[in-house]
Design a protein around this ligand. Structure first.
Ligand code: 6GU
Length: 242
């Protein structure tokens, strides 16, 4: 699949050449094109923004500049237009899985007070997304998160497909259980005894209990959509006050 990112700070995307994403680009599994929005700006000042209609603080990015940029890079019919904004829908694994099916994702990174709203209204297959309930200076960091989360779902991206299955937010929607490794003793803390027991059934049960307890304590909002809980699961959740 292919990502086309449009930003006034193309250098923000240099880290995408590192590590697994770098390898995925070298192998051709993932293509990432970064475009400088100013290529589509006009006039002596090449300005990409202007003051908000109706007044108020800050600057808004111009629809005409964005329209020319998106028209140039977008492949109509095979493309999703992803726009990072704190007022978007929450980016979660379900949305990431949907984006991973797309041939092309165009990411339009706004700065200032965002992009003229007519841009999101004009195009088909638009997803306005947010990373969470806090404010960043622009869409670049959110674009990096979206690209990494989506690219790693491509066939052959991960060395071990099993780790994709077990991790947080996949499958059942429970948080992942805690992981341990050597040394056996660290600053007076032991690895939980069950993990050294060799009893694979007991280990699986302990890990599930840990996932349930973590989810109940840290992300109770995720419990509502859980399905297929057995009586032991329910007992664990009851101990956590659910
Ligand atoms: Cl997608 N953009 C900005 N500017 N701030 C955010 C965000 C996005 N997600 C959380 N905060």
């Amino acid at each position: 699949m292919c990502f086309d990112v449009i930003s006034i700070f193309p250098q923000y995307f240099q880290p995408l050449d590192l590590s697994l994403l770098g390898k995925a680009q070298e192998s051709g599994r993932v293509q990432i094109n970064v475009h400088d929005l100013r290529n589509w700006a006009e006039g002596t000042h090449r300005s990409v923004d202007d003051s908000p209609a109706g007044g108020g603080a800050g600057m808004v990015m111009r629809a005409d500049v964005w329209g020319r940029a998106i028209d140039t890079v977008r492949k109509p019919g095979r493309s999703v237009l992803a726009i990072p904004t704190p007022s978007g829908q929450l980016l979660n694994q379900r949305l990431v899985e949907r984006l991973a099916q797309s041939e092309q994702v165009v990411v339009a990174c706004g700065r200032y007070e965002g992009i003229d709203a007519r841009v999101a209204e004009y195009y088909d297959n638009v997803v306005e997304f947010s990373l969470g309930d806090y404010v960043l200076n622009g869409g670049e960091v959110a674009a990096l998160a979206l690209i990494e989360a989506t690219a790693r779902l491509q066939e052959g991206f991960m060395g071990n497909a099993q780790s994709l299955m077990e991790e947080s937010h996949s499958e059942e929607g429970l948080l992942e259980y805690p992981a341990y490794t050597a040394p056996q003793q660290w600053r007076g803390h032991e690895i939980p005894a069950v993990l050294k027991s060799g009893d694979h059934k007991a280990i699986a049960r302990w890990r599930r209990d840990q996932s349930l307890r973590r989810t109940a304590r840290r992300r109770p909002d995720l419990l509502a959509s859980l399905q297929g809980l057995d009586s032991r699961d329910r007992q664990i959740l009851a101990e956590e006050g659910w």
